[in-house]
Design a protein around this ligand. Structure first.
Ligand SMILES: Cc1ncc(COP(=O)(O)O)c(C=O)c1O
Length: 400
């Protein structure tokens, strides 16, 4: 008897949750995923905040194909002069402030976090790291150490020492806790896993001032915020603050795995000596991933995707009016719908998926629904998706 793919999935793929979705997707295009029966699903989460230019964007696919025919992997990071790496670094840094002029490529977001924490220790000679309640910076040991949620980290102690977790958007705590001992402060300008909590400008300014006063590095994790999702290419552009270190990943690759640490060359070059090769990897800056990332960036710019985000965000907010929706939080195309409780939220999410719309919840906020569609989504498609959400809410409410 032939074993189904579903059974093979359960037998051989490590399971990270007790109840996986188990959708069997065979292809994806634009905002749509298609299952084995060719049933279409609108991807309203961009798997998660990755497919900003949609799935299989023709420019990205072409760039991947062309680069794959030239070369894929060369010797480890930073030794050979590789055109895809250089062109991407030049294009990205041209779009950033002067101090963010150098790039270290990584394979993922969490690896960018790890490198940034190491950089802060190396540059400042200090060890104390300040982070915030409900922050998420990845799942590896260093990133877990600066996670602002005890439930997800308690099983993995001991973690990094010298980490202080302070409340988000609290200026008094910033003033009290950032001191001469601080090596760095790491935060997301829009906290993702709480259901998109936006940092106050005054809070960010206070952090910047304290970091300057005490020669501590300010690290912005825009791994989820970046590449247009917040309504500007990078979320920090909407604030009065420029970080010393910017972390990017997710939407960066147009669907390929890539991340990076952006900082000033003087700082990043600290990894060159004492010890030599202070931060390295095998696949960071892979030529095919860089080519995909450059095509993705060029698409965001040439299709002026960022310009349409405010209108799309407002449209979603105006359409999603229902007595069961308690609030809509967030910015740009990173929005969260708050429901009465987790059970109701999970039921509505499940019903949406059955009705052909992929939505999700948040790691630290299980009573809210995640809405992060591809930035290419049209107003007509938004109307269709929002109608599915409203219909699904009604279907669930009839049952309960
Ligand atoms: C804000 C933020 N930082 C870091 C990460 C970790 O990125 P990755 O999953 O690529 O390791 C994520 C992933 O969800 C994230 O949302």
């Amino acid at each position: 008897m032939q074993i189904s793919n579903r059974q093979l999935f359960l037998n051989h793929i490590a399971q990270v949750s007790p109840k996986p979705m188990e959708l069997e997707i065979i292809r994806a295009k634009g905002i749509y995923l298609y299952d084995i029966n060719e049933k279409p699903y609108i991807d309203f989460i961009s798997g998660i905040s990755v497919s900003n230019v949609g799935h299989c964007h023709p420019h990205v696919v072409k760039a991947i194909q062309e680069q794959a025919e030239k070369y894929m992997h060369l010797m480890v990071y930073g030794e050979y002069v590789q055109s895809p790496q250089i062109q991407l670094a030049k294009s990205l840094t041209d779009l950033l402030p002067e101090n963010l002029n150098s790039i270290f490529y990584t394979n993922s977001g969490t690896e960018a976090t790890e490198g940034a924490l190491k950089l802060a220790k190396r540059v400042t000679g200090k060890t104390e790291i300040i982070c915030f309640t409900n922050s998420y910076h990845g799942s590896t040991h260093g990133a877990l150490s600066v996670m602002g949620n005890e439930e997800f980290k308690q099983a993995f102690r001991p973690l990094l020492p010298d980490v202080k977790i302070i409340p988000y958007n609290n200026i008094e705590e910033v003033k009290k806790n950032i001191t001469s001992k601080t090596a760095c402060v790491i935060l997301e300008p829009i906290q993702s896993e709480t259901g998109y909590t936006v940092a106050d400008n005054q809070f960010l300014k206070a952090i910047r001032e304290k970091c300057d006063e005490h020669c501590a590095l300010l690290i912005f994790d825009e791994i989820q915020n970046g590449f247009g999702r917040s309504g500007t290419l990078f979320a920090f552009e909407q604030t009065a603050v420029i970080p010393d270190v910017l972390l990017l990943a997710k939407g960066m690759g147009g669907g390929m795995p890539i991340g990076c640490i952006v900082s000033c060359q003087k700082l990043l070059n600290e990894f060159t000596y004492n010890p030599v090769l202070g931060n390295i990897n095998t696949f960071g800056g892979n030529a095919v991933c860089c080519a995909a990332s450059l095509a993705c960036l060029q698409t965001i710019l040439s299709e002026k995707l960022v310009d349409g985000i405010e209108t799309k965000s407002n449209l979603i907010r105006s359409l999603l009016k229902h007595q069961a929706i308690k609030s809509i939080k967030g910015k740009g195309l990173m929005l969260s719908l708050e429901f009465e409780n987790t059970d109701l939220n999970f039921k509505i999410i499940e019903t949406c998926i059955n009705n052909g719309l992929i939505v999700d919840w948040f790691l630290f906020n299980t009573y809210s629904m995640r809405i992060t569609p591809p930035l290419i989504i049209t107003e007509e498609e938004i109307k269709l998706a929002c109608a599915i959400i409203l219909k699904s809410i009604d279907e669930v409410l009839v049952e309960v």
